[in-house]
Design a protein around this ligand. Structure first.
Ligand SMILES: C[S@@+](CC[C@H](N)C(=O)[O-])C[C@H]1O[C@@H](n2cnc3c(N)ncnc32)[C@H](O)[C@@H]1O
Length: 333
């Protein structure tokens, strides 16, 4: 921790947190134009972008608590400049910041840096980024809802028991938001084939009803806590579904290859029939084209309307997402 007194015992004057006119965001490689457009929507002038790194300039210096909240930026930092020009050791000494290396090897000390934990909210984080254009030093303040992981990516590895990489969508989302499930809870999963997300939910102890006209992986079908409804969500008999779900369904997971508004229409009656029980929803929305991101506010309000009064949503892009965004809805209660 930073000492609050000088060697003479006199109180140390508080160290001002640096301010900067530059910001950088880390996101998906290939999504730089969309990242740029999002930074522009926050009144910043994007400077350059490459390999999932986009820098931007604000009209006046800002502090870490004025950084924009982004959907596509999985790490958004005040840019303190090139690494050669910043005394990182002094900054750590002055501010007790944690150091994350976006591209380090391994985890923990000497590698990518520590994964942040509960209780680390408010802590300053220095992010070191290496690109062909140079190495940069970023600074942000950790808070609930931001990734605790270096560079915003835990680099989770899909277990061999998972039939698809969609396992990551549950596990990466769980690092950003608190999924409203405990072992024994029932989950309705729409677009469950072949079963990557199902595997994650089963391993979290849930009882899962998967709805998908496509076949499920054999290993998932053998699980006693899994039931498959092999049809489109549009045609599901919601009374029969409620009878199949063991106990109140607490979470709805949606990952269908339909346009977002069509996907939300497909699950509308399922949400309506289970609204009183559901505590949340985890939606993978497939854009296909980044230009569609401008419709995200409409998708979020549709989800909030379906889940009912008091529902809040957050949107983010997970490392596992392709041209997709994830929306998490939380229902009060
Ligand atoms: C990306 S895959 C889902 C991957 C899956 N979540 C996993 O974890 O392995 C999309 C799935 O959505 C299903 N799907 C598309 N429209 C659907 C609908 N209206 N109801 C149910 N499933 C649907 C498709 O059959 C397909 O299997």
């Amino acid at each position: 921790m930073v000492s609050t007194s000088t060697p003479s015992g006199l109180p140390r004057s508080p160290v001002p947190t640096p301010r900067s006119s530059f910001v950088f965001a880390l996101g998906q490689s290939g999504a730089e134009p969309a990242l740029r457009a999002e930074l522009l929507s926050h009144g910043l002038s994007p400077a350059f972008g490459r390999d999932g790194f986009v820098s931007a300039k604000s009209t006046q210096p800002i502090g870490v608590d004025e950084l924009p909240a982004m959907v596509l930026g999985r790490r958004v930092c005040l840019s303190l400049g090139k690494r050669a020009d910043v005394d990182v050791a002094a900054l750590v000494n002055d501010t007790d910041a944690v150091v994350h290396h976006e591209h380090g090897d391994g985890d923990g000390a000497g590698g990518r840096g520590p994964f942040l934990k509960a209780g680390d909210e408010g802590r300053l984080v220095i992010t070191l980024v290496d690109r062909a254009g140079g190495s940069f030093v970023g600074l942000h303040r950790h808070r609930a809802g931001l990734s605790p992981d270096p560079g915003g990516d835990a680099r989770l590895v899909v277990p061999s028991t998972s039939p698809s990489r969609a396992w990551l969508k549950v596990e990466e989302a769980a690092r950003l938001v608190e999924l409203p499930i405990v072992p024994g809870d029932a989950v309705i999963e729409v677009g469950s084939s072949p079963g990557g997300q199902t595997r994650a939910l089963l391993d979290r102890g849930c009882v899962v009803v998967g709805i998908d006209p496509n076949a499920m992986d054999d290993g998932i079908l053998r699980e006693p806590r899994f039931r498959h409804v092999q049809e489109s969500a549009r045609h599901v008999d919601t009374t029969q579904l409620r009878a199949m779900v063991a106990g109140p369904a607490r979470l709805l997971v949606v990952d269908v290859n339909q346009r977002p508004m069509a996907a939300l229409s497909s699950v509308a009656s399922i949400i309506a029939a289970n609204r009183g029980d559901l505590r949340g929803g985890l939606f993978t929305l497939k854009l296909g084209d980044w230009a569609l991101l401008s419709e995200l506010p409409a998708w979020r309000s549709r989800i909030e309307g379906l889940f009912g009064p008091g529902t809040t949503t957050v949107a983010f892009q997970l490392p596992a997402n392709r041209v997709e965004v994830t929306v998490f809805a939380r229902r009060p209660g």
